[in-house]
Design a protein. Sequence first.
Length: 471
Amino acid sequence: MLKFLSVFICLTMVFSSYAQTKGNSENGASLGVSTNNGLNSEIKDESEQLDLNESSTEEISEAENDEEGKAPKESSVDSPQESSKELRQSEGKKLNQNVVAKKMMVKDVNWYFPEIESESKSKSKSRKSTLVNVNLSGSTEPGSKVYIGTKTIPVVISGKVRKFKRSRAIISKNLRIATANTEGIFIYKIKLPVGEVKLPLTVIFPDKNRQNFQLNLFVEKKEVKITNQDNVTRSPAFRKKFGFWFGAGFNYVRMKQTSDDIGSDLLFESFKTPSLYAKIKGNISSRWDLVYTFKLSPGEATSGVTTVNQGTYNWLTNTLEARWSPTSWQTKIFNNKGQWALRFGAQHHTLPYIDRVSAGVADIVENSVTMASLGGQYVEVLNRNWDFEFFMRYQHPLSNGDNFDVESSFAFDGSLGLIRSFSEGWKAGIFWYGQLQNYSISAHDSVANLDIEGENSYFYSNVDLRLGYTF
């Protein structure tokens, strides 16, 4: 009996211990699942956050819906952490959009023909440099900074690519950077070797946007050419202050004078030479010029039904004008962009007039008329050496002379020219120039002692060869 009780007690203790161990094991297993679920949830949240940061399309769509007043997509979790993530994502998205927009902004820089600047006499006496002093010029936004963008400049010499140090190209510390003036024009003075230069340039605009350019230059001792740019023209910064022109050519003049009051109908035509021309031009600023021109057009009135005493005459024209040429007035007709200009001022004409002194006999006298002039001009640089120019002006009478009064008029003049530029400021050109003036006049006829009315018509056309010098 005691043995049986001892076995029963032992078995009870064994089963009790087993049951307790099993219960603890089940409780421990339950805690482990809960912990694992919490870790998976945290990993899932971090994964969702990473995906949202990397996926911008869905965010932009939701932001657009919010801005338009539409309900955004529902979120599975609505917590402060989620709101903070959306805020960071929105700020990141705006920053990316600003960066992309800034990269897409392409600024314009117009390049002009480079000019060569001769070395000073002191340097030429001591040691002549093998480098060429080059003045680069362009136009862009006012206040922009221009400089060489790399430490070395590739130069092709005799078929081999060599590296030219930037420090050798810079003339002085003060000229390391060029700044565009209030009109957007800049001049960058550097020294370059003879050869094919691949010049890397950087432009920093006022809004801190930075752009890189490469100018391919063919550098010679007396000339520098840009080989990778279209529509290259002369820089306003290199315009000469003063210019003188002189010319001579041949001339055709037609003069017609009619009056029904005295039964007069006179017509005279002639070819005469030389016609003379002179011009003085002063540059006030990059947009304004002051121009004076003188024109002498000879003619002759031969005797016919009416005997004309002293039949030769000169039609004289003196013109003083201002010329305004804003940089925005540019268009292309032939090769490059040309410059339009507004011309306005006054012309003073000394015209011939047939004045009867007796029946069948007349003298040629002079009559002065002052006209206001207004018109336009177009100048295009065809290439480095050739320019094309034309202008046309309307004229309106301001004052009359001694022999007739202008009652009404139709008058204009115009010109076409082709100009060749040489070194050291010399130019030569061939020009056509013409004037047409029609007047309704009132005058006094001394033979009939009568105030008469009539029509006067004047036309001349001439071709000149001209030589000019600018400095």
